[in-house]
Design a protein around this ligand. Structure first.
Ligand code: 13P
Length: 278
């Protein structure tokens, strides 16, 4: 299979009513776990990294490894740059050959988010690269340009204005999810999602997928979410698996972690309904 773009995968997800999973990686074990999960599930998958994760896996090597893993996979795999605040990080992904990037201007004023997102669309689009932007604010991130922890919900009317003015190809929405571990059971605003869906004819993205219930995922995908971002559940599965295995050799600990991440990814792909689509 050749390298796919997120645009291609999300177009198919929309047409066939499944959710595509996006999984962040910082090392080869994570990448291998995701690809093997997708191949065994006969599912497309989107893999990538994010600005805050580059300290664990520098872009200059994780970027090429992600792309090579995608090229070798037996199912459609797209490589995407997640939450990025810096122009030069986006330029690195464009030069490396990523099919899509996320510019996250959600902590800025609305006008500044529009201005910078549109500027990046103007560079990405002529290179054939899709752009994900965020409107509202999915809280929980502690990295980036003065990112605050609170949640600000996406306004449906403003969402339409935002995609028209910026040319964003994919819109990350804030409907009650938070990045990381939930302190209390999340309550998703599905009416708000329906309102955004009615106005915005672009693939919608759900961030902060870890910790949601199967029903949450299914309702969101039914309500118009095409892509679900997962990270915390994967690293938690790996940490739980190795915590009990202190006496093992390093390479065997890696293997245990990879197996746990594989299982966690399989679980998500099945819930998202993308299994058996390829
Ligand atoms: P979680 O870590 O909460 O799964 O969020 C992942 C995410 O949204 C990455 O963009």
């Amino acid at each position: 299979m050749s390298l796919y773009t997120m645009k291609e995968i999300l177009a198919d997800a929309r047409k066939r009513n499944y959710g595509a999973g996006f999984f962040n990686a910082v090392n080869i074990e994570m990448i291998r776990a995701y690809i093997r999960a997708a191949e065994d599930c006969r599912s497309p998958i989107i893999i990538g990294t994010a600005e805050a994760l580059l300290k664990y896996g520098d872009f200059d090597w994780i970027g090429p490894v992600l792309l090579q893993a995608a090229r070798l996979a037996k199912v459609p795999v797209a490589v995407h740059l997640d939450h990025t605040y810096r122009f030069d990080t986006i330029m690195r992904a464009l030069r490396a050959g990523f099919g899509s990037v996320m510019y996250d201007g959600s902590v800025l004023s609305y006008e500044e988010n529009v201005r910078r997102s549109a500027e990046i669309a103007g560079i990405a689009h002529p290179m054939g690269v899709g752009l994900e932007c965020e409107l509202g604010k999915v809280g929980g991130l502690d990295e980036g340009e003065g990112v605050r922890g609170e949640n600000i919900y996406t306004d449906p009317g403003q969402a339409l204005d935002f995609v028209e003015k910026t040319g964003a190809d994919f819109l990350a929405v804030s409907i009650g999810t938070v990045h990381g571990v939930y302190r209390e059971t999340p309550k998703l605003d599905l009416n708000r999602l329906a309102g955004i869906r009615a106005k915005v004819n672009k693939p919608l993205v759900l961030h902060g997928g870890s910790g949601l219930s199967d029903d949450d995922f299914k309702n969101c995908i039914k309500g118009g979410i095409c892509k679900v971002n997962i990270y915390t559940d994967i690293i938690t599965a790996a940490a739980n698996a190795v915590r009990k295995e202190r006496d093992l050799a390093y390479v065997d600990i890696n293997e245990k972690a990879e197996a746990a991440m594989y299982e966690a990814a399989v679980d998500k792909l099945k819930i998202f309904g993308s299994d058996n689509t390829y």
